[in-house]
Each structure stands twice: as structure tokens, then as C-alpha cells.
Ligand binder design. Structure first.
Ligand code: SAM
Length: 232
């Protein structure tokens, strides 16, 4: 899978793309990430990428010319989608991550300032995506969230493919509690069933715990699953 990230701060991505599984996958060419500096597409002497908003108001708005030129400069693959990170976009979730992971290429456009000129969306964007109901300074952190969530679906990315299937949200539920060694820590013991080696009992316990924790913390998810089953 290929990601093209358009930003005025390419340096933002240096460390996160070097670390951990993503760093390793990049070295092994299981995925590729291309960073494009939007400022390089500004044509004036000062490399201007923003201007004051028409109609007045606070802050600056990203100009359409460099942004559209930057998006148009990216070579397109067959299954490719141009995404603008935006608090006004469709809310990103695990289901969307799975669907987007089927694409060959995502072009992620990071806004800054008060956002981008509306015409950019019409000319060079297929979808707007929000990572949550809060406002970030820029789309860079949101682009990284999308990359992190999607790469987990790339075959061979995770050491253990089963761990993706078992995770929170995969079955519409939050994940069961996890424990590791030692069996007792500061008087707190790992539940006996997990030490029993009895796989059926362990599965049953995990399922019950997943349901319990989802009911307690995210009853909305249970309602969603029930609705999906009903509509299936
Ligand atoms: N004035 C805009 C508004 O109220 O909708 C907010 C602009 S925000 C300061 C600058 C940029 O950060 C946005 O253009 C977008 O690219 C990014 N951004 C902010 N919050 C985001 C979110 N929740 N999800 C995705 N991108 C976000």
C-alpha cells in the first residue's frame, strides 16, 4: 500500500515513520510513504500557501493553487483515494480503516490554519475524514492516525495476524482484559481460568469479559452490533 501525505510540515513525520513496526515495514517495502511539501508548489517569491479569508474573520485559509497543484502532482495508482483531513469529515473508525486498507493508494491532504479553500475539495478531493470531534492544529497527526490504523491490515505487517482479528472493535466489541507474567503482582492475581490451559473456558471467559466491558463503557457499540445483525 502506498500513502502520499501532503503537508506544509514534512518534518512532522520523520520520527513516527522511523519507529517500531512502521519503520520496519517501510524498510522491508511492505508499504511506502511519500511526503510532499505543499509549499514547494507555491509560485510566488515568498512561497505563500495561505491568505486572509474572504468575508473577513480570524486566521488564514490555505490557498487553492498550491494545494491543488500538489495533489495533481502525485502519480495515481489504480485504486486510489484523495482524502482531506478535516473536523467536518466523516468520522474515522475501524470499519472505515478496514475498507480504506483495500485501496492501493491514499493521498492524505493535511490542512493547517483555519482550513482550506472550499474549491480544493471540489477540484482535488474525494472524501473528507475526521479522526474525532475535536480540533487539531493541523491534519498531520490525523494523517498519522489513519496510516497507523490501516497498516495493521497489510498482510505480513503484524507479526501475528491473529492479533488484528481479536482486537477491540473487530467484532464490534471492546477487547477482553489482557494479562502477562508474573501470575501475581503486588497481591493482584491473573484470573485462574487464563492459567488453566483450557482453551474453551478461556474463550468463554474472554467473550464474557468483552461483552461486560463493552456494556459498561460503550453500550452504543452493542446497539450498533444488534442493529447490524438485525439488518443482515
Ligand atoms: N477552522 C476549522 C474548523 O473549525 O473546522 C479547523 C481548522 S484546524 C485548526 C486546521 C486543520 O487541522 C484542518 O484543516 C484539518 O486538516 C486538521 N484537523 C483539525 N481537526 C481535525 C480532526 N478532528 N480530524 C481531522 N483533521 C483535523
Amino acid at each position: 500500500m502506498r500513502f502520499d501525505i501532503l503537508t506544509i510540515f514534512p518534518g512532522f513525520f520523520e520520527s513516527p515513520l522511523k519507529c517500531s513496526l512502521i519503520g520496519k515495514a517501510l524498510l522491508q517495502k511492505k508499504l511506502s510513504v511519500y511526503l510532499h511539501d505543499i509549499r514547494a508548489f507555491a509560485t510566488d517569491r515568498h512561497k505563500t500557501v495561505d491568505a486572509i479569508p474572504y468575508g473577513g474573520g480570524a486566521g488564514m485559509v490555505m490557498k487553492p493553487e498550491p494545494l491543488v497543484a500538489a495533489v495533481e502532482s502525485v502519480p495515481r495508482q489504480e485504486k486510489s483515494l484523495r482524502i482531506l483531513l478535516s473536523p467536518k469529515g466523516t468520522l474515522f473508525d475501524q470499519k472505515m480503516a478496514k475498507e480504506l486498507a483495500q485501496k492501493d493508494q491514499l493521498i492524505l491532504v493535511c490542512g493547517r490554519y483555519e482550513g482550506v479553500d472550499e474549491r480544493v475539495k471540489e477540484l482535488a478531493i474525494d472524501e473528507e475524514i475526521s479522526i474525532g470531534d475535536y480540533v487539531l492544529n493541523g491534519g498531520e497527526a490525523a494523517a498519522l492516525v489513519i496510516v497507523e490504523a490501516l497498516v495493521r491490515f497489510i498482510p505480513g505487517f503484524m507479526g501475528n495476524e491473529a492479533s488484528v482479528q481479536r482486537e477491540s472493535f473487530e467484532e464490534g466489541l471492546l477487547e477482553h482484559p489482557q494479562y502477562t507474567r508474573p501470575a501475581e503482582f503486588r497481591g493482584l492475581k491473573v484470573p485462574q481460568v487464563l492459567q488453566s490451559g483450557h482453551h474453551e473456558e478461556i474463550e468463554k471467559w474472554r467473550r464474557e469479559q468483552a461483552l461486560k466491558i463493552t456494556q459498561e463503557r460503550r453500550p452504543d457499540l452493542l446497539k450498533k452490533v444488534a442493529k447490524e445483525i438485525k439488518n443482515a
